[in-house]
Every structure is written in C-alpha cells, then in structure tokens.
Ligand binder design. Structure first.
Ligand code: ADA
Length: 552
C-alpha cells in the first residue's frame, strides 16, 4: 500500500486482485481491485450500489486488521456476514480490527455506493467524477494484542541541530494490562522505552524528543529520507512493527513568504485530479510516477491534490522526488446550502482527521488546505472555516493552512488562514487584463485580513481540446490556452506578493453527467489540462516549461 515495506515483523496480506462484484439489475462481474467499476462497459455510467466479496484464509487464530486505502465513495464492510464498519469518503483510508478470528476461510463483503443524496455532503455532481469501487489498495494484517497503531514524527531545527518529536500510539486489544518494550530506530540512532504498561482495552501514547547529529535535511533539491522503524517487544521477542519514511525539514511563514529550511521558496505547481482516461481515479503506480516525471520535466516543484486527500503512494512519490505538496480536505465549489447539509460538518471533520492520520509524516506536504471555492463570502459559512482551521491547528502546529477562494472582492475569511490563495481565471472566464485585475485583488486582500500573508495563485488557466489547432487562436484551441498561460505566468511569477502558482490543471479529467456540467465541459471532461487524459502534451506544455524552468 506504500512504495516501501511498512512491516517486517507484522504479517500482512494484500487483498488486491479480482473480487466478485454484484450489481442489482446489471449482473455479476469479476472486478479488479484497485479499480473503478466504470472500466467495465456495463457499468461505465453506473451510479448506485454494488457488493464486492472476497474469500480469505486466515493462517492462525488472531486479531485481524482490515485496511482499505480508498472505497468510492461509501463503504459498509461485513466479515462473515456481520457488519463491522461504515465509512464515507472515497479519498481517505480506513481500517477496522476484528478480534480473535479463528484460523480458516472467511468472507469479506464490501457494499459500495457512489450515489448522490443528502447522505453524501461532499461527493456530489461536480467538475470531477465520483467513481464507484474499491479504488485504492486493500490488505489485512495479523496484529498482536498490543500493536503499534500510529507513529507521528514532527521534525524541528533548534540551536543549529535537527531534532524530532516522535509520538507512538499503542493499543491493547485484550482485556488485561500488558507490558511491552518499545524501540525506535532512525538514522543511526535508537530510542528505547521499556516496561510500558498498556491497560486492557486502552490506548497509550509514548513521546520522545531527541536531537540528532549529522542529519541531511529533506528539500526539493535533495529529498533525503530516513526510515523510522518502530518495534514492539514482549520481553526480548519482537511482536510488532511499523515503518515509515520521514524527512527533516522546517516550514515557516513570515514577511509574506514561505520558508523551507530557512530559504524562501516559490511554488511552481500544478493542480492534479486523480483521474486517468478509462482507469478513473484508480491510477497504477507507474502512471502516478509518470505524472510526476512530466511535472518535473516542465520544471514544476509543487502539486496541489485538488480537491481531496490523495493516494498515499502518490504522496510517497512526492517525498521521493522532492515535490512540495498542498494537500486539502474534500470539498469543491459548495455553496451555503450545500454547506448546510446536516452531514457537511461531520464529513469534513472526519476527512481532516483521516487525512492527518494517514499523511502527517510526509515531508513533502508543506500546506494543508480546506474548502476549495466554498461559501467564504457568506457570514454563516465563516464559522465553518474557523472550526476546520481550529481542528487542523490542534492536530498539526507545524504546517501553514490555506483555502482557495473565488470570492474575490467579497471574501470574509481572508484573516483565517496563514496563506491567502486565489483562483483567478483571467483570459478564460473573464477577458479583462490580468495585471490590472491583479492590482485590485492585491489591494482588497491587503485591506481585508490578508495583509502580510503570502499569496498563492491557486488556480488559473483555460481549456484546450487536444488536437484543436487554430491560427486565429480561438478559445478551446491549443494556441489560445498557450496565450492565456503565457500571460498569467508572466504576470504572476513576476509579482513580488505571489509565492506560488498552481496551474489549472495538470491533466484533463472526467466530470459528472448529472447537473449542468455537460453544457460547459466538451467530451464530459474538464479540458484545462496541460496534458490530455492520456498525458499527451498540448502545445502549452512547452509554454509552461519555459516559464517554470526559467524561474529558480
Ligand atoms: C474552479 C475549481 C476547479 C475547476 C475550475 C474550472 O476554480 O476550483 O475545480 O472547476 O474552476 O475549470 O473552472
């Protein structure tokens, strides 16, 4: 489920492969997992419920941890016919622990639903597609009575030295107190805590603070990573482990700039949806890597995971390749009525909790975002922005926060984030001059709470149909897309107040047929990609490359 082994001691089994899928009124299928059911011709437009089943063999009587990295978008999980877990949101991982499962054959059933209703406040008809299926890897693990639930790594730089706060969470699944020894290995160092008492049925956190010598920090230019290996012992016997990959780097926001390891950075970024032609959001590792190589080839150093948390393997690749990541919770273009859906706040809260649980340790993530283009101009929505920022600040004090606004001269929330971000489509939705309008936006931002904050141009661009070439450079042609990006990049990358540009968007993506999207999205796709859905470069590939490669 990662691009390295998370466990050497804990036994794990991959659940990827063929699962049986039963869809009412459509039939019985053998579906690949990970995968979207839209890849099957009978289901290419299907929105509704489907039941996945798979038989597994549990090798020894033990506690089982079932892990799903992504089920789109609602999952009800059953084990041997008994309901064990409900989860909403395609884009966050979830797990469930089943105690004392006898050795032998067992059945996992996942009822998957990708339909739109009030029950789903975040997945709705939108400018990207909500696919159906078990779309990211799945696995089961055999966990001992006391197991390592989580490890959090927070690097710091103090008195000329790198150090880290490390918090390990243990859970005792049994009914009685147990004693364990914990060993942490990182770089050439070992940290130990012995005789830890974990009471029956409880969770215990163990904190370490340590400074290290000779650390090579993580940066975009040298993305140096360390394995963080947590091992749990019963006496001398190793019973469990959890391995993660971490990096030492600092992030600071001051004087309207973002500093990484003490150096001001300019984020040369792309917005990227998880979507690839017929494969939908279930993108295999090779193609994720290919996306990163294309972005690097264009000179980019940053990506925004619009508009939801991404597959952990993609973030692993960003760690590996020195790409700065803006990761955000799941919400796109929700108006105040959408935000007043009774499920909205709890679904956003769960999404933030799960995003942080899954991705807190990634050095590449340098910004958390919330609520893309939601109702930040409406007084009733402000409290929701405040609550989400408060939740994030409680969970992570080390990273700056932002939200991408399209409320321009009406925004009421610019004082809340650490970084102000604007989505501006000059040249596409509005034809006024980019530079003139930017001046007005800067004036508004500085007088409405955004003064002294760094500004990111979080979206800009225009659509082009791959292959539509036109000497008169009309809208939708590849030439016109070049013109729009050329002008925007020229202005935004040379403006002192701006610390990052995220082009909309990296690749064309599918949109939902419900709602009004078919009227403005030719081929049922958002066509503002610099590459098309198969990653064929449009003319603008070279335009972007010229700008991004030229800026240090
Ligand atoms: C918005 C939105 C994107 C996309 C884009 C567009 O700013 O955040 O998801 O819809 O506009 O293509 O219009």
């Amino acid at each position: 489920m990662r691009i390295f082994d998370e466990h050497i001691i804990r036994k794990t089994r991959c659940l990827d492969g063929l699962w049986a899928l039963s869809v009412p009124g459509k039939g019985e299928f053998k579906m690949p997992v990970p995968g979207v059911w839209e890849t099957n011709i009978n289901l290419s437009n299907y929105r509704g419920k489907g039941t996945y089943t798979k038989d597994i063999i549990v090798p020894e009587t033990s506690n089982i941890r079932l892990v799903f990295d992504g089920v789109s978008h609602t999952a009800d999980v059953f084990f041997d016919g008994t309901f064990v877990k409900h989860h909403y949101n395609a884009f966050t991982p979830f797990d469930t622990i089943l105690k004392n499962i006898p050795a032998g054959e067992h059945k996992i059933t996942v009822e998957v639903d990708n339909s739109f209703s009030e029950a789903s406040a975040l997945h709705k008809s939108n400018d990207y597609y909500s696919y159906g299926g078990i779309t990211r890897p799945a696995s089961f693990e055999i966990v001992p009575d006391v197991y390592i639930k989580n490890v959090r790594f927070t690097p710091f730089f103090k008195n000329g030295n790198w150090g880290a706060n490390i918090t390990v969470t243990l859970e005792n699944l049994s009914d009685y107190a147990l004693f364990r020894n914990l060993k942490i290995r990182i770089a050439d160092f070992t940290l130990c805590e012995n005789n830890i008492t974990v009471d029956g049925g409880s969770i215990k956190q163990i904190d370490f603070e340590k400074e290290f010598d000779n650390i090579i920090p993580w940066s975009d230019k040298n993305p140096n990573l360390y394995y963080l290996n947590a091992e749990l012992y019963d006496g001398d016997v190793a019973v469990d482990d959890l391995i993660d990959r971490v990096g030492f780097r600092s992030i600071e926001v001051k004087n309207s700039k973002i500093y990484i390891n003490g150096e001001a950075v300019f984020l040369k970024g792309f917005n990227r949806h998880e979507d690839y032609a017929e494969l939908g959001c279930a993108i295999p590792l090779q193609l994720m890597a290919n996306d990163i190589w294309l972005m690097l080839d264009m000179g980019a150093n940053a990506v925004r995971t619009c508009h939801y948390p991404n597959d952990t393997r993609f973030i692993d690749l960003c760690d590996e390749n020195g790409i700065f990541v803006w990761e955000e919770n799941h919400a796109r273009g929700l108006n105040i009525y959408d935000m007043q859906n009774p499920n909205f706040e709890s679904q956003c809260k769960d999404c933030i909790d799960e995003m942080l649980d899954a991705h807190y340790n990634h050095p590449s993530i340098v910004i958390w975002g919330i609520l893309n283009e939601c109702a930040s101009e409406i007084p009733e929505a402000r409290g929701m922005y405040e609550r989400q920022f408060k939740q994030l600040r409680t969970l992570d004090k080390s990273r700056p926060l932002t939200f991408a606004s399209c409320k321009y001269f009406d925004d009421l929330c610019l004082d809340l984030p650490d970084v102000v971000s604007y989505n501006l489509y000059y040249g596409w939705y509005y034809d006024d001059d980019v530079e003139e309008r930017l001046e007005k936006h800067l004036e508004f931002i500085s007088t409405h709470g955004g003064n002294d904050k760094p500004l990111i141009l979080s979206e800009f661009g225009g659509a082009a149909m791959y292959g539509f070439r036109d000497v008169s450079r009309r809208k939708w042609s590849e030439e016109r897309q070049c013109d729009i990006l050329d002008r925007c990049l020229d202005v935004y990358m040379n403006c002192d107040a701006i610390v990052g540009t995220f082009i909309w968007q990296f690749a064309d993506c599918r949109v939902t047929e419900e709602g009004e999207w078919f009227m403005t999205r030719a081929n049922m796709r958002n066509n503002k990609g610099i590459v098309d859905m198969y990653r064929h470069p449009k003319l603008s590939y070279e335009t972007v490359k010229r700008h991004y490669k030229n800026k240090k």
